[in-house]
Write a protein that binds this ligand. Structure first.
Ligand code: HEC
Length: 144
């Protein structure tokens, strides 16, 4: 559900931003300073809205499918594959906290946060999604 909302929000933000930029470009020369000053606050607000939608309240599955699948679907660079219970069992033994810790800072070929812009809750959800498809039985942390 909020998948769509986020997309719509991001699209709206980007659209508004490009409209402002277009407006800036079409102003007569000489008035650029004033135009920039008038438009700047609007552009900032639109940018903030787009950023919030981009890294907001995404589900573990969403994050997984945006970033983590690049390595964890096929086992790139020896990443433990989604669904590979044998590969995940020893990792699951450290519990969600341990997994969150290593995924946050990164581990060997695994970049910090998997290279994603996930916030801590989103990252934890992605780990729960991945782990629970791989023999785990972790509980998703509650939203704050
Ligand atoms: C560039 C490839 C890559 C991406 C992208 C990636 N990972 Fe990984 N991940 C790895 C590799 C490689 C390992 C194995 C690290 C090791 O144990 O040497 C790993 C291990 C893990 C582990 C186990 C850590 C541990 O302590 O054993 C978790 C949890 C994890 N990844 C979660 C994620 C999540 C969630 C994402 C997406 C946000 C993600 N990864 C994206 C490569 C990746």
């Amino acid at each position: 559900m909020f998948h769509l909302n986020n997309r719509a929000l991001a699209a709206a933000g980007l659209l508004a931003l490009s409209v402002s930029v277009f407006a800036m470009g079409s102003r007569p020369k000489g008035d650029d300073e004033g135009t920039n000053k008038r438009i700047a606050p609007v552009a900032r607000v639109e940018l903030a809205a787009a950023a919030a939608a981009a890294s907001g309240d995404r589900s573990g599955e969403q994050i997984y499918k945006i970033v983590c699948n690049a390595c964890h679907d096929a086992g790139v660079a020896n990443a433990p594959k989604l669904g590979d219970k044998a590969a995940w069992a020893p990792r699951l033994a450290q519990g969600l906290d341990g997994l969150v810790k290593s995924a946050t800072v990164g581990k060997n070929a695994m970049p910090p946060k998997g290279g994603s812009d996930a916030n801590p809750l989103e990252l934890a959800r992605a780990i729960v999604y991945l782990a629970n498809k791989s023999g785990g039985n972790l509980k998703e942390p509650a939203a704050k």
